[in-house]
Design a binder for this molecule. Structure first.
Ligand code: BDR
Ligand code: CA
Length: 309
């Protein structure tokens, strides 16, 4: 049976590939996409999502969510994702339209109407999901698990301590991590191992179809920006690891532990404090990814793009 998935995202180069994987893989049924501000303003991440769906022929409702975090000011990541949030690709004229519902209503409707439990995947700041939980806590009975790209139990990428998605809206993450939902955190500790090295770009280019062309165009810009900012030989393809894990959980090593979000406004604001060694003997509330089978991940991306929709 296909796994039902709701995707909340902020495209974003790596969000784009997560969307592709969720929509194209036969084991996933993508029910809808909600959008949040993050890598760029909501206006831009929303348009990017519609453009991606139209280009990839993905026919699901797309709703606009929050244009800023719950407490903090808006933060974007132009230095990696560019002025459009998805630099590197020119889309044809856009005809697809947003669903008339706000993201929070879309999330609530899809979850409440689903007979089977749904996996909720977030690849941006967790604002929309946190607001939906607050507005209609009954949705939690319909969530199989939350799988998020975000956080790090080692070092961050926007401060020594914090990762972008959590740092952008730490209070939203705090709500979700303390919700009693099953939360699986896929942080920088593993996503930095899946680098889009030049040989990966060459390998995907050989597929030579609609999806692979998008991949290559996006990754050329993404890789260049990651090289300039972090000195990486290839960009870490963070977000698709969430979907890859739902398709094949064997891809990740996961450990159960306590994790709290630093919402103290100090130097570690937005850090995911993961008690890897169980110092504090607190209730284990988070499944944390600690390792990834890199070859298996790329095989999955390649096969999914080859097979198409
Ligand atoms: C996360 O931040 C964004 O820039 C990426 O899309 C990813 O979701 C990595 O820290
Ligand atoms: Ca993202």
């Amino acid at each position: 049976m296909k796994r039902k998935v709701l995707l909340d995202c902020d495209p974003g180069h790596d969000d784009a590939i997560a969307l592709l994987l969720a929509a194209y893989h036969k084991d996933i049924e993508l029910l809808g996409v909600s959008v949040v501000s993050g890598n760029q303003t909501l206006e831009k991440t929303g348009l990017n999502t519609l453009n991606l769906c139209q280009y990839l022929n993905i026919d699901v409702p797309v709703s606009l969510g929050s244009s800023r975090p719950i407490i903090k000011e808006e933060e974007v990541c132009e230095v990696i994702h560019g002025e459009s949030g998805l630099d590197g690709v020119d889309f044809p004229e856009l005809n697809m339209q947003y669903d008339s519902r706000k993201a929070v209503d879309l999330i609530i409707d899809i979850l409440m109407e689903s007979k089977e439990k749904v996996s909720v995947v977030t690849t941006g700041p967790m604002t929309n999901l946190a607001l939906a939980i607050r507005l209609e806590p009954k949705i939690m009975n319909h969530i199989e698990e939350v799988v998020l790209m975000g956080g790090s139990y080692t070092n961050g990428n926007v401060s020594p301590a914090a990762e972008f998605n959590i740092f952008t809206d730490p209070e939203a993450a705090h709500i979700v991590f303390n919700s009693s939902l099953k939360v699986t955190m896929i942080g920088l500790d593993v996503t930095r191992k899946v680098l889009v090295l030049p040989e990966i770009v060459d390998r995907m280019e050989k597929i030579n179809n609609h999806a692979s062309k998008l991949f290559v165009d996006l990754m050329k810009v993404f890789n260049e920006n990651q090289r300039k900012v972090f000195g990486f030989p290839g960009g870490p393809l963070h977000d698709p690891v969430t979907i890859a894990y739902l398709i094949n959980p064997d891809i990740l090593t996961i450990e159960h532990m306590h994790c709290s979000i630093d919402i103290s406004h100090g130097p570690s604001y937005g850090r995911t404090n993961c008690d890897v060694f169980d110092y504090n003997h607190l209730e284990k509330n988070t499944y944390v990814a600690t390792d990834i089978k890199v070859d298996m991940f790329w095989d999955l991306i390649e096969k999914t793009m080859k097979e198409g929709q």
